[in-house]
Write a protein that binds this ligand. Structure first.
Ligand code: NOJ
Length: 540
C-alpha cells in the first residue's frame, strides 16, 4: 500500500526513469560539516546553513551519516534509538527544516540505517541483558562459551579483539562485528526484521528519499559457527578481510533479506543504497538482483592508488556485472580521501578531479564525500588527538579513519568557520585558506569551480546518460598505455593516468568537459594532458 507523505517531494523530471537513475550523491559526515552550537561537533542545523553550497554544486542527493541518539563511541554508528534525531544534532526540528530546504532545491535526502547492530545503550539490549528469558534476548546473538570457557569460536572483531564479549551475569557471550558496545542484532529472528521494517516505514513517512544501508553484507552469521581460516600472504587486503570476517560477512543468504525492504522502499519511490563491503564484484552484484537493493557501493575502488591498471581492474568488471546499479565512491569517512590516495596536495587534487570525472561517467551512481569538491586530501590528525576507536583502542593499528573526517573548511576565519568552539577533531595542520569554500569560490579555476562546471555539463549529456552500455577503448589493451577509456552513448571518456599524450578518437569529436585545461580536440585527435580526464562528444 502506498501512503504518500503530506509534504512535497522534488518533482521527478522523467516518469519513465526512477529519480536516482543518473543521480550524483554527496555524503555529509554531519559531525564534521558545520557546528551551530559551539560544542565543536557538527549538527543538522549546520547542514541546513550550507544547503546553498550543496545546491550550487549540482548534486542530486545528500546522504547524512547517522544522526540518531547515540553514545558516540563509533560516532553515531552505535545507535541508541532509531526513531528520532539526537537533540545535540538538532532534533526533529532541524531534520524537518533540512528535509524541506533540500527538497525545495530539488535535492533528495538519504539517511543512514544501521541494521546490523545497536548501541549497548539501546533499550532492546538493556532489556536483553536482564537475562535469558528477557523479551529482547533473542534480538541479539548469544552463544555459550567454548569448552575451555573462552569465546565460542575464533572470530575477530573488525575493530580488534574477539568478536565475542562475555555477559558475566548469564555466562553467555554476545557477538559484535565491531565494538563490544555495538552488539549485533539477530537477523534470524523475524521480530528483528519486523522492528526494522517499522523503522524504515517511519522515516519514509517522514519524507526521506532513501537509506544508505550500513554493512549491508553483514547481518547474518554462519549458522555452524565454524572457525575461520587465516588469510595467506598472496591475498590483497580486501581478499584477506573477506576471509578473516567470513563467519559473519557476506553469507550467501544475506541479499534475500532486502526483498521486503525493497517492496517498502518502492512504495515511497525511495532508494536503498547498500554499503556492500566485499572485494568480488560478482558477490556485490548479488545484492542488486531484481527485487533487492537498488544500488550497491563497489568499495574496493576506494583502496586504489593512481594506477591505471589497478583502477581498470576494478572498474571494468564492476561495470560489467553492475548493470548500472553500482555506486562508485570517490572517498568516504572510512578510507583515505581520493586526494591522499593519489599523492596529496595539488597533484592529488588534480588526480582526484580526473578520477571523479571518470567515475561520474560510468553507468551507476557516483558519490563524493563533502570536501572532495575542494580537492581535499586527508587532514593530519596526530595519534594523540585520535578519536576513531580503531586507533584509540588498537595501539598497533595505523588504519584509523580520522584523516578523512576532519572538519570542512568553509572560510578563512578561526577553525575555518566550522565552529566557534573547539573542533572535535583537529582541522588538519596541512589545511590552508586555499582549501576553503570561500576562497575557492573566488577562483574560477579552483577544484570547486571545476567540479560545479563538470556536474552542470554532465547533467546535459543526455546521449551518455540514456544508456548503461559501455564499450572500452582499444588503447587500454596496450600494456604500456596510461589511458583508461570508454564510450558510453555518444560520449568518449578518456582518463590519462600518466604524462601528456595523444589519443586517436573513433571520429571527429567535440570536447565537452575536462578535469584540467590540458585537453584539446582537433578533428579525431585528442591531446590529453597529464592526470586529466576528457569527455568528447561524437556526433551521429
Ligand atoms: C560502516 C560505517 O561506514 C563505519 O563508519 C562504521 O564504523 C561501521 N559500519 C560500523 O557500523
Amino acid at each position: 500500500m502506498s501512503t504518500a507523505p503530506s509534504h512535497s517531494r522534488p518533482a521527478r523530471p522523467d516518469h519513465a526513469q526512477p529519480w536516482y537513475r543518473n543521480a550524483v550523491g554527496y555524503q555529509v559526515y554531519v559531525r564534521s560539516f558545520a557546528d551551530t552550537t559551539g560544542n565543536g561537533i557538527g549538527d543538522v542545523w549546520g547542514v541546513l546553513d550550507h544547503v546553498e553550497h550543496i545546491a550550487t554544486l549540482g548534486v542530486d542527493f545528500v546522504w547524512l551519516n547517522p544522526v540518531y541518539p547515540s553514545p558516540g563511541l563509533d560516532h553515531g554508528y552505535d545507535v541508541a534509538d532509531y526513531t528520532t534525531i539526537a537533540d545535540d544534532m538538532g532534533g526533529m526540528e532541524a531534520f524537518t527544516a533540512l528535509r524541506d530546504a533540500l527538497h525545495d532545491h530539488g535535492i533528495r535526502l538519504l539517511m543512514d540505517i544501521v541494521p546490523g547492530h545497536t548501541s549497548d545503550q539501546h533499550a532492546w539490549f538493556r532489556d536483553a541483558l536482564t537475562g535469558p528469558d528477557a523479551h529482547h534476548r533473542d534480538f541479539y546473538v548469544w552463544r555459550d562459551p567454548a569448552p575451555d570457557g573462552g569465546p565460542p569460536n575464533n572470530w575477530e572483531s573488525i575493530f580488534g579483539g574477539p568478536a565475542w564479549t562475555l555477559d558475566e551475569a548469564s555466562g553467555q557471550y554476545f557477538m559484535h562485528r565491531f565494538l563490544p558496545e555495538q552488539p549485533d542484532l539477530n537477523w534470524r529472528n523475524p521480530a528483528v526484521r519486523t522492528a526494522m521494517e517499522q523503522v524504515l516505514r517511519q522515516w519514509f513517512e517522514r519524507g526521506i528519499d532513501g537509506f544508505r544501508v550500513d554493512v549491508a553484507q553483514g547481518m547474518l552469521a554462519d549458522p555452524d559457527w565454524a572457525d575461520t581460516a587465516d588469510p595467506t600472504p598472496d591475498m590483497t587486503r580486501d581478499e584477506a578481510n573477506d576471509l578473516r570476517f567470513s563467519g559473519y560477512m557476506g553469507r550467501p543468504e544475506t541479499p534475500e533479506l532486502y526483498r521486503s525492504w525493497r517492496a517498502i522502499a518502492d512504495d515511497y519511490d525511495a532508494l536503498l543504497l547498500g554499503e556492500v563491503y566485499l572485494s568480488s564484484p560478482e558477490l556485490v552484484a548479488t545484492y542488486i538482483e531484481p527485487g533487492l537493493l537498488h544500488r550497491a557501493f563497489f568499495l574496493p575502488l576506494q583502496h586504489t592508488d593512481w594506477d591505471r591498471d589497478e583502477v581498470a581492474a576494478m572498474i571494468r568488471p564492476g561495470v560489467d556485472v553492475g548493470h548500472g546499479q553500482f555506486a562508485w565512491p570517490q572517498s568516504s569517512h572510512d578510507d583515505p580521501r581520493a586526494g591522499s590516495r593519489f599523492g596529496g596536495g595539488a597533484v592529488g587534487a588534480r588526480r582526484a578531479l580526473a578520477f571523479f570525472h571518470l567515475i561520474a561517467c560510468l553507468p551507476g551512481t557516483p558519490v563524493m564525500l563533502a570536501g572532495d569538491e575542494l580537492g581535499l586530501d586527508n587532514g593530519t590528525v596526530p595519534r594523540t588527538d585520535a578519536e576513531d576507536p580503531v586507533t584509540v583502542r588498537n595501539a598497533d593499528r595505523d588504519d584509523g579513519r580520522d584523516g578523512s573526517r576532519t572538519p570542512m573548511p568553509w572560510n578563512d576565519t578561526p577553525n575555518f568557520g566550522f565552529t566557534s568552539g573547539t573542533p572535535w577533531l583537529p582541522l588538519g595542520s596541512n589545511r590552508g585558506p586555499g582549501d576553503t569554500v570561500e576562497v575557492q569560490s573566488r577562483e574560477p579555476d579552483s577544484p570547486l569551480h571545476r567540479m560545479r562546471r563538470f556536474l552542470a555539463t554532465r547533467s546535459t549529456l543526455a546521449g551518455m546518460l540514456a544508456t548503461d552500455e559501455v564499450t572500452w577503448l582499444a588503447t587500454d589493451d596496450e600494456p604500456t598505455s596510461t589511458l583508461l577509456g570508454l564510450r558510453r552513448g555518444d560520449v568518449v571518456v578518456v582518463c590519462n593516468f600518466g604524462a601528456a599524450t595523444t589519443v586517436d578518437l573513433p571520429g571527429d569529436g567535440e570536447l565537452v568537459a575536462a578535469s584540467s585545461d590540458d585537453a584539446e580536440v582537433d578533428g579525431a585527435r585528442l591531446e590529453l594532458g597529464t592526470d586529466t580526464t576528457a569527455l568528447v562528444r561524437m556526433p551521429g
